[in-house]
Design a protein around this ligand. Structure first.
Ligand code: BES
Ligand code: ZN
Ligand code: ZN
Length: 483
């Protein structure tokens, strides 16, 4: 979709339709020119109504918070996509920052218009391809061209980074193998400024003694890849390293998933795919950090050569792991990738993974878990991601849950002795692979809930949501302001 700013009042802009937001119960909206029309608007705070021969679309909002704006744009798009119109005009709605409000509107349209239809014979075409911002502002704020244009360009970067990640996650497991992920990472690096990409195969994993990662791959006909991208601007303020779980398919292995639970497991690569979106967004936004993305890409399959419950794996860091469930494979891949990541001396280390079903049970399908040892960092992260609209909450470790991952025969078990607190015990397992000097610099994000959308919500369409991308791009943007 194309977005543009015309430095004119809304009435003097030509477009097929005008989108009008009705905020709160304030019926004296200045953009409503015809009160007769308006009396038909049945305000419910979340309704939409079309009036005047489809020339105006009214959308109700509870407030003009950034995420409300994104959701309102998704509602507008969902009405407009069924009409044969090409352009829409909209005033600017800002409570605080004009740039951020424009950015949210752009994100709302871009995210909600994304679809995965490459396997559909009958592709639904949408004619709406242009959104025009006028210089009318809801709170009578003075608008500058620069603010609006910055909002447009940043909104497009953010949303395109998310949609890029969605395309990876949505792709089917037959096509989207670890080798394909490595190819995409290489191609991405070539298209971006200041980004390099190195891809490592089994021989490297063997040399590095990444036996936990290798065990997960063992019965897959598709070989694993460790993918390492680095974005390095001039004079970076900090080094931030992202590690992503890249299970291009998770069948559960010998601890095979029941059929109903296996469906959607192409999305078990969401953490790794999000790190790619983050590199894309960070490079395009020219963020002032050195940013690494380390992706552990493999399938978890089943066969005569499968790793087994009862096996003991000696991980890269030397910590021995008793395998009690081959479906708790993500933590095995991450254990070795986190060990590798710490060799690069991160100031902040963030891993992202669709790690546990327990996180979905505990937090619901909309919210990610934030775990780690450092309260200050976890709560700071939660605060700094607010503008992104992604939902995440802190899940605290405790010593009692730590007891549950003890093993009688190895240093740690990959499956807790109780299923209660499963996302926290998974986080505690990862903690075993974090060296003392990085304990306070590490955050684990369990994105199992929001990564894959089976019932569209807000501006998230069916399929992958790109969870983790906006969250971390906004985190770094806000962090840069503080330094
Ligand atoms: N990939 C799954 C977790 C998952 C479940 C992600 C549902 C998205 C939606 C992970 O590898 C897994 O299977 N975890 C097990 C761990 C258990 C065996 C300790 C789980 O959550 O059941
Ligand atoms: Zn699994
Ligand atoms: Zn998994």
């Amino acid at each position: 979709m194309q977005f543009q700013f015309e430095n004119k009042s809304i009435t003097s802009i030509k477009a097929d339709i005008e989108i009008i937001f009705i905020i709160d119960k304030n019926l004296k909206h200045k953009f409503i020119q015809d009160n007769n029309e308006f009396k038909f608007f049945n305000y419910k705070g979340d309704s939409e109504l079309f009036l005047n021969d489809k020339k105006r679309l009214y959308i109700g909002l509870k407030s003009i918070e950034y995420d409300e704006l994104r959701v309102a744009c998704a509602k507008a798009f969902n009405v407009l996509k069924n009409l044969n119109i090409k352009s829409a005009k909209i005033a600017i709605y800002a409570s605080k920052c004009i740039k951020m409000s424009v950015q949210s509107i752009v994100e709302g349209f871009e995210l909600s218009s994304h679809t995965f239809d490459k396997y559909k014979s009958d592709k639904k075409s949408v004619t709406l391809n242009k959104i025009i911002f006028s210089n009318d502002e809801y709170n009578d704020k003075k608008i500058t061209k620069d603010e609006v244009e910055d909002g447009i360009s940043h909104g497009l970067i953010m949303a395109k980074a998310v949609n890029f990640t969605k395309d990876i996650v949505n792709e089917i497991p037959e096509i989207y193998t670890p080798i394909k992920m490595a190819e995409d990472a290489k191609t991405l690096a070539k298209t971006l400024k200041n980004v390099e990409c190195n891809v490592f195969d089994e021989s490297f994993l063997k040399k590095e003694k990444m036996n936990a990662f290798l065990a997960v791959n063992r019965s897959s006909t598709n070989p694993p890849r460790l993918i390492h991208l680095i974005y390095k601007p001039k004079k970076p303020l900090k080094r931030i390293i992202f590690v992503g779980k890249g299970l291009t398919y998770d069948s559960g292995g010998l601890s095979l998933k029941p059929s109903d639970y296996m469906v959607t497991m192409k999305s078990d690569k969401s953490g790794a795919a999000a790190t790619l979106g983050i590199i894309k967004g960070a490079s395009e936004l020219e963020l002032p950090f050195e940013i690494h993305a380390i992706l552990g890409a493999t399938e978890n399959m089943i066969g005569g050569n499968s790793f087994k419950p009862d096996d003991v794996l000696i991980s890269r860091s030397g910590v021995s792991i008793e395998v009690r469930n081959t479906d708790a494979e993500g933590r095995l891949v991450l254990a070795d990738c986190l060990s590798y990541a710490q060799d690069f001396k991160p100031d902040i280390l963030i891993d992202m993974a669709t790690l546990t079903g327990a996180c979905v049970v505990g937090l619901g399908e909309y919210t990610s878990g934030i775990l780690g040892n450092n309260d200050e960092l976890k709560y700071k992260f939660k605060t700094l991601i607010k503008k992104s609209g992604e939902l995440a909450t802190v899940l605290d470790f405790n010593a009692y849950l730590s007891e549950l991952i003890k093993s009688n025969i190895a240093d740690v078990s990959n499956n807790a002795s109780s299923r209660y607190g499963g996302s926290i015990t998974a986080g505690l397992f990862l903690d075993k692979f974090i060296k003392d000097e990085y304990k306070d610099k590490w955050i684990h994000l369990d994105i199992a809930g929001p990564a894959y959308v089976e019932k569209a919500w807000g501006y998230n369409t069916f399929g992958a949501s790109g969870a983790g991308v906006r969250m971390n791009l906004y985190f770094m943007q806000e962090l840069a302001k503080e330094i």
